[in-house]
Design a protein around this ligand. Structure first.
Ligand code: FES
Length: 580
């Protein structure tokens, strides 16, 4: 940690818009004044953007305007000038073909908004799977002082005496209906019980994982990830975040100061300890690319290998984010990593101090929620990175969500050429499949779907479910929801749609998975594989125009975070030319 605050006072970038008495400055102050801002708001104090993904069509972010008001209190208190602005809000709930296709669009919106507007620092207000990484990515590429405040998870769901978690129980119930153990009417009756307050998914799904990543990276205040959306302390932290960003601007404490390689390694280890989502892999790879950090899949495997999963939350465990907060939340986990020699203790955070200073005095208030290491859910909880002739550029698997008896498995491939093929065949009793087979799904990667859909955790065939079987080995180039579970090999790269070996797997091929050995193999000869690849023709039509075409042409592979090739890197915050 070598951060040295910049001298203060000094001229800020917002003064290039508002300072002095030129025609343009008067024009801008006059226009801004129509909202009732007093003239002294433009006197050189820090102008703080509140970048808000609020949207009624992103229901997990629908309460963020309320939190933005609290952020404003804090900014005013600290002597700043808050200006809230909306950015594109990719909702996990209601956006087709997939919210992931629009993460990069949102990140572009954030980047260009921050660079083009009179903003000296920014509060990133987000709370869904893609909104969180998108805002961090956009801010990283501009590199002005930035701090994240998450929307927070919703309260626990309850249905007929059972605690139910976002996403995870949809899958449990859906499988139970397919197995004939639950009626569709009972499933529908659970609907109102699942999402009963404002906030993001209450499992350790992708939203909670990414809020935890923001905190572990040092980009949010300590304790941010777990405070429930409706808890008064979420509002309090919003206000404190507003105060803090003003001082960060004065100190010129930027994302590039905080998001260093050690910070990413802390985040990867934290992901292992919380049993976090596999989606964190693509998002952190993309984010690292924005700040110019050389982060690879091998870093994920190396850093995560020795980290036990100690957070007993669904989908890997038993509890939900509400209990995690009451137990002490993420600071307890980070403290544990520090005590185990698995933390870069001196990594800088938005506090201006070290991450260790933030957590060293916290306590675990419930060791059934945050487990002692000897009772860990999984001894090696990090994301396993698999390679082999089926995934030359890598594939990932989440051990804490997988079945121990399937971690080494050899089975006959049952191939689905795309998601429509899967949907058409899976419920057919004549499908030649049993629980020893390996389900293979193609053409669901970044280009293939497009947008790398969360379909990798294919629901098992009903005839297998009816036997009481709940897991099989599944392989695809897709992602899976952070609320999902199973022995699921994801992000297989190169993806099928660009001619990766996954594209030429055939029904009846034998596939061998060995998680401990980090391998995934298609058991055919090199010559046979080469011949099949030489015969392969792309099945995917190029989107005709619009953002989908841009995405298809410029998206990187999953092993690079599925960012656009032209967005990798930091383009800085130079003040643009005058527009008049
Ligand atoms: Fe937005 Fe889960 S759908 S947080």
């Amino acid at each position: 940690m070598t951060f040295k605050p910049a001298p203060w006072p000094r001229k800020l970038r917002s003064q290039h818009w508002f300072g002095g008495n030129s025609k343009d400055a008067i024009y801008r102050r006059s226009w801004m004044g129509n909202q009732g801002f007093p003239p002294d708001m433009f006197d050189g104090r820090p102008v703080i953007g509140i970048c808000n993904t609020w949207s009624e069509l992103t229901p997990c972010n629908a309460h963020l305007r309320d939190l933005a008001e609290r952020v404003k209190f804090g900014i005013y208190e600290a002597g700043g000038f808050p200006v809230e602005f909306p950015v594109f809000s990719p909702s996990e709930v209601a956006l087709r073909p997939t919210a992931m296709m629009f993460r990069n669009l949102a990140a572009m919106d954030v980047e260009e908004s921050l660079r083009g507007k009179p903003i000296d620092g920014v509060v990133l207000l987000a709370g869904c799977d893609k909104t969180t990484p998108a805002l961090l990515m956009g801010a990283a590429s501009v590199d002005i002082p930035a701090i994240m405040i998450s929307g927070g998870p919703m309260l626990n769901g309850h249905f007929r005496g059972e605690t139910i978690g976002s996403g995870t129980h949809i899958r449990h119930f859906s499988a139970a209906v397919a197995a004939g153990e639950m009626t569709p009417e009972e499933f529908a009756a659970a609907e109102a019980s699942m999402s009963r307050s404002a906030g993001s998914c209450n499992t350790m799904g992708t939203a909670s994982t990414m809020a935890s990543m923001a905190e572990a990276l040092g980009m949010a205040m300590s304790g941010n990830a777990a405070i429930p959306a409706v808890d008064s302390r979420r509002r309090m932290m919003s206000q404190l975040t507003g105060r803090r960003i003003v001082d960060m601007v004065k100190d010129d404490l930027k994302p590039s100061d905080i998001m260093t390689k050690p910070a990413f390694e802390n985040a990867i280890r934290t992901n292992g300890a919380i049993g976090g989502s596999t989606n964190a892999v693509v998002h952190l790879l993309a984010l690292a690319g924005r700040v110019g950090i050389d982060l690879t899949l091998d870093d994920w495997d190396r850093c995560g290998k020795d980290v036990p999963t100690i957070v007993n939350l669904m989908p890997s465990g038993k509890y939900l984010m509400e209990e995690f907060f009451y137990a002490g939340g993420l600071p307890v986990v980070i403290k544990h990593l520090g005590e185990s020699g698995l933390l870069h203790k001196d990594a800088l955070t938005v506090s201006g101090g070290s991450i260790w200073d933030e957590v060293k005095d916290v306590q675990n208030w419930n060791d059934d929620v945050i487990l002692p290491v000897e009772n860990a859910l999984t001894a090696s909880g990090g994301i396993a990175v698999l390679r082999g002739n089926l995934a030359p550029n890598g594939a990932v698997l989440k051990p804490s969500a997988a079945s121990p008896h399937l971690m080494k498995h050899r089975g006959r491939a049952v191939v689905f050429e795309d998601i429509e093929d899967y949907k058409a065949k899976i419920a057919d009793d004549d499908l030649d499949i049993d629980e020893t087979c390996v389900m293979v799904l193609k053409n669901c990667g970044p280009r293939g779907y497009p947008g790398m859909a969360e379909v990798g955790d294919m629901v098992l065939p009903p005839k297998v479910l009816k036997k009481g079987v709940r897991d099989m080995v599944r392989i695809s180039d897709a992602r899976m929801s952070g609320t999902a579970y199973g022995t699921v090999v994801l992000h297989t790269s190169p993806e099928a749609a660009v001619g990766g070996p996954l594209a030429v797997v055939r029904d009846g091929d034998m596939i061998a998975l060995d998680v401990a050995g980090r391998s995934i193999s298609l058991e055919i000869s090199g010559a046979e594989l080469a011949a099949r690849l030489a015969d392969w023709t792309p099945p995917v039509q190029k989107p005709a125009g619009g953002y989908a075409q841009l995405y298809h042409e410029r998206v990187n592979g999953a092993e690079q975070g599925a960012d656009f090739d032209f967005l990798v890197g930091c383009r800085g915050n130079d003040v643009a030319r005058e527009s008049h």
